[in-house]
Design a protein around this ligand. Structure first.
Ligand SMILES: C[S@@+](CC[C@H](N)C(=O)[O-])C[C@H]1O[C@@H](n2cnc3c(N)ncnc32)[C@H](O)[C@@H]1O
Length: 292
């Protein structure tokens, strides 16, 4: 079930604290929507360079791996010291507060919209960015959660931290301006978003679908849901097993299965939604809903 339907909302701001060796990489989040969200105190972003916590003369934060091998490994001391210096750490830990320490690593839980919702319920998220060959294993003990932004390897955790902050921030009420404007986004309700159009009504021989300029809200809603389902079935079959169809999806899915026979192979997932005949007629023609 989508998090929108569960009403998983919070209204206060989220504080992000990022532990990084490259704070200057975070310029992109000082632009556009996240810039406005910070100005409006809906989010707060604090960057901590953990090199400042290195104690050696040359401020070393990495060292060669025990056992040999390529690259350098991040030492535990500077990151432990930076985390221990976070304000209120002890109190927050003791009260099981809404703070989570997240380690960015390709070995972590895959980041997706559902995890973004989960994190958006917190008050503070501490993001630890790795670099070089990664972390000394003992650093993992600091983390409440290990998160990967995909099955690929980046040079550092900074881009991952920005991805997490961006996706989480836009779920905070007020950040996108018009409230609830992420409700129809791809992955918010399990399906991909329907196709969108704006003016002009015709561009290089490609017209906007007639239904969208009809002004008939019932028909527009029906078209959008059907196209969202079509998109999901034609692009992302991997999303279908977890998808919870809505009762009104039955006829849309039957129509799609008639158009694209492969979709019919999934009929077992929506068969239980088959409505009584009378209801089926009203769904085929939304303008007759009141009469039936
Ligand atoms: C070159 S990677 C280290 C990869 C590590 N040797 C491994 O194989 O798991 C350096 C750092 O980039 C970050 N990173 C790389 N890929 C990532 C991903 N897919 N998601 C999140 N962070 C990633 C992590 O912070 C990691 O410590």
């Amino acid at each position: 079930m989508s998090n929108f339907r569960q009403g998983w909302w919070k209204s206060n701001m989220i504080k992000f604290t990022v532990l990084t060796l490259f704070p200057e990489m975070f310029a992109p989040i000082q632009e556009s929507i996240l810039k406005r969200a910070q100005a409006a105190d809906l989010i707060q972003i604090k960057l901590v360079n953990f090199r400042d916590y290195a104690v050696s003369k040359h401020k070393n934060v990495d060292d060669v791996p025990y056992g040999g091998g390529p690259g350098m490994v991040l030492k535990p001391e500077p990151i432990y010291a930076a985390v221990r210096d976070l304000p209120g750490l002890q109190e927050l830990r003791q009260t099981q507060s809404g703070r989570k320490i997240v380690l960015l690593t390709p070995q972590g839980r895959l980041f997706n919209q559902s995890l973004a919702w989960e994190l958006s319920a917190l008050d503070e998220i501490v993001l630890i960015c790795g670099h070089y060959e990664g972390f000394d294993e003992r650093i993992r003990d600091l983390a409440d959660e290990e998160v990967s932004i995909g099955d690929f390897v980046l040079t550092g955790g900074e881009l991952g931290a920005m991805v997490v902050m961006d996706a989480v921030s836009r779920l905070i009420p007020g950040v996108l301006g018009e409230s609830g404007s992420c409700a129809d986004d791809s992955h918010s309700q399990g399906v991909l978003e329907y196709p969108q159009y704006t003016r002009p009504p015709e561009f290089e021989g490609k017209p906007v679908p007639e239904v969208l300029v009809s002004g008939h809200h019932g028909n527009i809603e029906r078209w959008r849901r059907k196209e969202a389902l079509r998109r999901t079935f034609t692009r992302r079959l991997d999303l279908i097993p977890a998808l919870e169809f809505l009762p009104d999806d039955y006829l849309l899915l039957e129509e799609l299965a008639a158009e694209i026979p492969e979709i019919g192979a999934w009929r077992g997932k929506w068969e239980h939604l088959r409505p009584p005949k009378k209801k089926r007629r009203s769904l085929q023609n939304p303008s007759s809903r009141e009469e039936s």
